[in-house]
Design a binder for this molecule. Structure first.
Ligand code: MC0
Length: 136
């Protein structure tokens, strides 16, 4: 099942500009950055407060055909996904499939920091793109 909120993902056009905004305005800072070619993103994870709670993930597109580029074109910058930590992404995906939801991938793909991820289609989850994250 879903253990806790892992992160909230926010689409941004320019990662460096967004990092500067979050640092200067909210005093929230990046604790991890990486490029995920498979997902077509450059991303940063930001810690809030004492850093023990859910993170904020800033997502910038690498390519015009990427999910984040399409999201920015359609909706502009803003909340793009809600991610839950799970112990076993395959098991949770199977349970949700069994409840009639469309999972985007047949088998998990690689997410942040070597995690294994899958997504529930937003049209099957009340308009929210739900990500399942099994940490490395
Ligand atoms: C699209 N829709 C959304 C949405 N994206 N609704 C809520 N939240 C979103 N993020 C809506 C559209 O407005 C449209 O509604 C309907 O879904 C179907 O749109 P579509 O044109 O069929 O689909 P696309 O091409 O926009 O793709 C949507 C889809 C895609 C969710 C399938 O974004 C995708 O594959 N996402 C999963 C991968 C991803 O997001 N990667 C970037 C983060 P209407 O009403 O107009 O029909 S990478 C990441 O997260 C990793 C690094 C990590 O955390 O570890």
């Amino acid at each position: 099942g879903l253990l806790r909120i892992d992160h909230v993902g926010i689409a941004v056009a320019d990662l460096d500009a967004a990092l500067e905004f979050y640092a200067e305005i909210f005093d929230i800072h990046s604790v991890h950055e990486e490029t995920n070619e498979d997902q077509g993103v450059r991303e940063a994870m930001l810690a809030v407060g004492d850093g023990t709670g859910p993170r904020i993930q800033l997502l910038a597109p690498l390519r015009p055909d990427s999910a984040i580029a399409k999201f920015l074109d359609r909706s502009g910058p803003g909340l793009q996904q809600l991610a839950y930590t799970v112990a076993d992404v395959e098991a949770t995906s199977a349970i949700l499939r069994g409840r009639g939801l469309r999972l985007l991938y047949d088998t998990p793909r690689r997410g942040t920091a070597g995690s294994r991820i899958n997504f529930v289609h937003p049209k099957d989850a009340g308009g929210v793109l739900v990500e399942l994250v099994e940490p490395a």
